[in-house]
Design a protein around this ligand. Sequence first.
Ligand code: SAH
Ligand code: SF4
Length: 397
Amino acid sequence: MAADAPITQDVMTIPRKLPEGPVNIVGLTRDKLREALIAIGTPEKQAKMRVNQIWQWVYQWGVRDFAEMTNLAKAYRAQLADHFVIEIPELVSKQVSADGTRKYLVRIAGGHEVEVVYIPETDRGTLCVSSQVGCTLTCSFCHTGTQKLVRNLTAGEIVGQIMMARDDLDEWPQPGVGTGDAGPRLLSNVVLMGMGEPLYNFDNVRDAMKIAMDGEGISLSRRRITLSTSGVVPEIAKCAEEIGCLLAVSFHATTDEVRDKLVPINKRWNIETLLNTLRSYPKLSNSERITFEYVMLKDVNDSDEDARRLVKLIQGIPAKINLIPFNEWPGSPYQRSDWQRIEKFADIIYKAGYASPIRTPRGEDIMAACGQLKSATERARKSRAQIAAEAGLADQA
Ligand code: SAH
Ligand code: SF4
């Protein structure tokens, strides 16, 4: 070897093969994007910096065209455009409720459609994101539960919903103006409470939320992201360890007998098993209280006794209880509890020392409220009788 040979030889980058067709940048984790950049010939030493630059353009500035990435060399931009695309779900239609809630129907690859809901409040704005087309679970009070699972959303389709909403809200910063100083973000919070069970699509949800939380990504604090699960016990600890966002649990009943009917996954992991798992969540994720969601169904789960049992069950868990007045949908086999009943229930919980906010239904006039979502393309519905029969109820039609 010549005396002047470098001690560390220049590493030759051997291009690895990318999948056929252009690769979508949106939804690729840092590691996956880095690998993909190296595969098209980006020197390994530069790859990390290039990931940062591209992420900033895509997730902080909302840029969809490589040509606009002015801190990259022109030839490199062209090379990126040859191999990659920057794609988000296509907005098909938008409805705006009298209360300002926006419901979007978006189309994803394969022609499937999912719904996304934006809920403006005085001090923040929450985007309710879907994780699956349909749902494998069949909670008897949930509209999405009457629809078959079509498929899991990819990470790009999940984080792409946030980007689509920022497009619609016109919330990308303008060059030279910046963002954030003018007041709270329009889209400040994300809840995984749209269609689907997020913990049954764990890897994609995790990858998408990592991008949402990353300082060079969407830059939302992990405390502004809430994942709601029906109680997929084996994935709950993973959610704490690998995502670290806030957790909400669809609890909805205080006995296994009733919960089996409302949230059938209870037959697999019952109330006791679920609660044992939840006891360790806040410690694992270093997070705040767990939200217990409780849908108020007339004469089903709304008695004083239920309220007292609920308080006893969750003893020792840092928690708040979110009471959700049932939102009806065509063919739904339940009714909303009376307002006075809901207030009495809330009062018992409050007096036991837990916050017990009653969630104001938002966007009811456009069927955008909790549990009313269902994609328009998959309307082939079960009949009212079938839904009631599966819930173990007599048909109340
Ligand atoms: N699959 C997840 C997240 C989506 S549902 C889960 O089940 O947690 C978001 C919340 O809306 C859940 O608490 C769900 O139980 C509740 N919900 C479903 N249908 C509803 C309805 N018709 N009225 C009120 N809340 C409903
Ligand atoms: Fe699925 Fe959640 Fe609806 Fe149950 S409540 S059917 S888990 S989306």
